[in-house]
Ligand binder design. Structure first.
Ligand code: AP5
Length: 234
């Protein structure tokens, strides 16, 4: 499969305006994948595709997919590969994704990575980079357990950064809540699941020469600058 993937010349496609960037943001829970992806979409003009966001929206709507995923998510386990691969296959087939995208939270297993290669090949796209965001465990726990969100507008109020959490969303008045899987015990399980099932992707993509590691500590803007500097060279 890697051989098939290598036959696609992204430089030619880029010149023809058919390829902007296809990148994966990889890293443990709380490393800042979502935060960084939201910054990078403006620079690279490609959509941000987050499997976690798609799943949470399905859970909130009570769809069949949401019902199938809910218990895995609440306990910090991975949702089965088959469900996730179908979600991504549908999403990258949408018109806004024809010239590339930033993947956040996918792939999370080797089986998902192999399925992604097949999907990209079918669409004449190739993976440009896998950016590993490196953050210490203590900081991950501090960020995630401090995260509170607005149920209406989705704004993120992090007590680890601001020192307190508003009672209502200052922007829209919505209810402030904590993600079910952001409680400390579940976060510890998510970190273990990451180490057991997702961390092997570091070696997998390292072996393909696609992995770039960046320091995820510091202000989000500082991390974005590091990330853009790396991705613009690709
Ligand atoms: P998902 O939503 O993908 O959770 P995650 O990877 O655990 O991601 P997080 O959102 O917690 O972390 P992040 O790295 O995006 O950090 P963020 O920018 O949000 O998945 C949830 C669940 O869905 C999984 O457990 C699983 O059940 C299921 N699932 C999803 N994808 C799947 C897949 N492919 N296969 C199987 N199952 C799947 O930042 C975190 C906090 O830190 C925020 O409050 C933010 O403001 C703050 N922060 C960010 N950057 C900084 C910084 N530089 N300094 C200080 N604070 C910062």
């Amino acid at each position: 499969m890697a051989e098939k993937n290598a036959k696609i010349d992204t430089a030619d496609l880029r010149q023809a305006g058919r390829h902007r960037i296809v990148a994966i943001l990889l890293g443990p829970p709380g490393s800042g994948k979502g935060t960084q992806a939201r910054e990078l979409v403006e620079t690279f003009e490609v959509p941000h595709i987050s499997t976690g966001d798609i799943l949470r929206s399905n859970v909130a709507q009570g769809s069949e997919l949401g019902e199938q995923a809910r218990s895995y998510m609440e306990s910090g386990e991975l949702v089965p590969d088959g469900l996730i691969v179908d979600i991504i296959a549908d999403r990258i087939g949408e018109p806004d994704a024809t010239a590339g995208f930033l993947l956040d939270g996918f792939p999370r297993t080797i089986a998902q990575a192999v399925a992604l290669e097949e999907m990209l090949h079918r669409r004449e796209l190739a993976l440009d980079a896998v950016v590993l965001i490196d953050v210490e465990d203590d900081e991950l726990l501090r960020r995630i357990t401090g995260r509170w969100l607005c149920r209406e507008c989705g704004r993120d109020y992090n007590a680890a950064q601001s020192g307190s959490v508003p009672e209502q969303c200052p922007a829209c008045g919505g209810e402030i809540y904590q993600r079910e899987d952001d409680r400390e015990e579940t976060v510890r399980n998510r970190l273990e699941v990451y180490r057991a099932q997702t961390a092997p992707l570091v070696e997998y993509y390292g072996g393909k020469g696609l992995l770039v590691k960046i320091d995820g500590h510091g202000e989000p803007e500082e991390v974005s600058r590091r990330m853009i500097a790396v991705l613009e060279k690709i």
